[in-house]
Design a protein around this ligand. Structure first.
Ligand SMILES: *Cc1c(COP(=O)(O)O)cnc(C)c1O
Length: 470
């Protein structure tokens, strides 16, 4: 098999025509369609023609052509977005799709997406309804907010809030909170695109209430506080609490907007995790509008949630940009079911995958690692040495950036100590049908098992590593 360069002699005349090949490739035509096979054939013929002109020759032109067309068709029609095993130790990993959805949320997506639904139809009144009404009462119940509206992600939430409440006006923000989130979301840039003039106040490490006070002008439309979700300023620091900022804002009849980033609807310390501010606490402290993500700690689908005072939420919802940023039915269905799980906090850690992963005990993870060790060592072969070692997981997605959670990993080293051998393993793991993603650290491949719930899911993949990768 393969292509033989310079072995035979052939000329343009030996190249089959598109029509002749189409007749001989009936199976491919049935599978991929006439148009696609024809176009792929044309491209392959053009390429081969120019190779022949440059002096290359092939043993069997037709078989070379057929092989190329088949592999191009398979590539073009392959599934690009697919499941992977997240053994990176970062539980809510933005590059790996963030939160895994709970069973009821998945079921709701299928139910609502496979047919018509009452997305914007009020069944009780028999008239047009609003899509937000399917989720708004849940956010009201879980956060104490008067009202809520929903958009594509938290970045969109910040954009829409600022554009509605502060377009062509000024918003003071502490210099310690001019956050950049991975993937190029930067508070100053989003503010600019929202049509808002950012007024920087305070210093990187210390901002006081009087700094905000000094920045207030007749053109100040809101005060804004941004949760420093993916970094922490330590040492000689001071930030103004929401409750004090709210007091100042209300004295001047302007709203306080808080971008909470991850946010949480429950106190994480109740589950033995480091605590993040809850949405209810921030609302209670007097914030008028709070924005947060649906797929970070909340554990739901990608979306941005805007909760706060009824009058402000109504204005935000009436912004024409809301139409461009609104949620689709699948996301709304998944979000509603995710939020319902929070109504029963006793079972949340079991039912919500993100929280289930985060609260798994080290003992449980270590027991799994030890059970798997012999099979994993066997699949990887003698070139690698596998051990069970302690490691640290991270929550990810900018939640609790400094704290880590003790975990346990299968740690793989190349016996030769060669980096290239370890990199070859990393590549082979990525090439598996369900790619296995670990983290390379200090000359080892660390496979943190915190997010692995079924050991067979990994063992089945490793068993497919073929001999050439050993
Ligand atoms: C993550 C984050 C965002 C962006 O949220 P997305 O849901 O990723 O769009 C904005 N602000 C803060 C503080 C964040 O942590």
């Amino acid at each position: 098999m393969g292509e033989y360069h310079g072995a035979g002699t052939n000329s343009m005349r030996d190249l089959p025509s598109v029509d002749a090949m189409l007749n001989r490739m009936g199976q491919q035509v049935a599978q991929y369609g006439h148009v696609q096979v024809t176009n792929t054939l044309r491209d392959a013929l053009t390429a081969i023609r120019s190779e022949l002109l440059s002096g290359v020759s092939y043993e069997n032109l037709e078989s070379v052509l057929r092989q190329r067309v088949c592999s191009t068709l398979a590539l073009d029609n392959g599934v690009s977005l697919r499941p992977v095993l997240n053994l990176t130790g970062t539980v809510i990993h933005t590059n790996l799709g963030r939160a895994a959805l709970a069973e009821p949320a998945l079921a709701a997506v299928v139910r609502c997406a496979s047919g018509a639904s009452n997305l914007e139809y009020d069944l009780a009144a028999g008239e047009r309804g609003d899509r937000d009404t399917h989720v708004e009462p849940l956010i009201q119940a879980l956060s104490g907010a008067e009202a809520a509206t929903f958009v594509n992600n938290n970045a969109a939430a910040v954009l829409l809030v600022l554009n509605t409440l502060a377009r062509n006006a000024e918003v003071p923000v502490s210099r310690g909170e001019l956050v950049e989130i991975g993937g190029s979301f930067r508070i100053p840039e989003v503010m600019e695109r929202s049509g808002v003039k950012l007024v920087e106040v305070g210093a990187t490490n210390r901002t006081h209430l009087k700094d905000y006070e000094g920045a207030l002008t007749a053109n100040t439309a809101a005060l804004m506080k941004v949760h420093t979700s993916n970094y922490r300023i330590e040492g000689f620091t001071h930030a103004v609490r929401e409750i004090d900022l709210a007091g100042l804002a209300h004295e001047h009849n302007i709203p306080l907007v808080v971008d909470l980033g991850s946010g949480s609807l429950v106190d994480m310390s109740a589950y033995g995790l480091p605590s993040e501010p809850t949405v209810a606490e921030i609302i209670e402290a007097g914030a008028d509008v709070v924005t947060f993500s649906g797929d970070k700690l909340l554990g739901g689908p990608q979306c941005g949630i805007i909760a706060g005072k009824r009058e402000l939420i109504d204005r935000i919802r009436a912004n024409p940009l809301k139409r461009a940023l609104r949620l689709d039915k699948m996301t709304l269905a998944a979000l509603a079911e995710t939020l319902k799980l929070y109504l029963n906090p006793d079972q949340l850690a079991e039912r919500l995958p993100a929280l289930r992963f985060l609260t798994r005990s080290v003992a449980d993870i270590e027991a799994m690692a030890r059970q798997m060790l012999p099979a994993v060592q066997n699949s990887l072969g003698p070139e690698y040495r596998v051990t069970v070692e302690d490691c640290q997981s991270q929550i990810g997605s900018g939640a609790l950036p400094v704290e880590t959670i003790p975990s346990c990993a299968l740690v793989v080293r190349a016996c030769s100590g060669k980096d290239s051998v370890l990199r070859a393993l990393a590549k082979a793991l990525r090439d598996l049908e369900v790619p296995v993603l670990g983290r390379i650290h200090d000359g080892c491949m660390v496979l943190d098992l915190r997010c692995l719930e079924r050991k067979e899911a990994l063992l089945e993949q490793l068993a497919m590593l073929n001999d050439t990768t050993r």
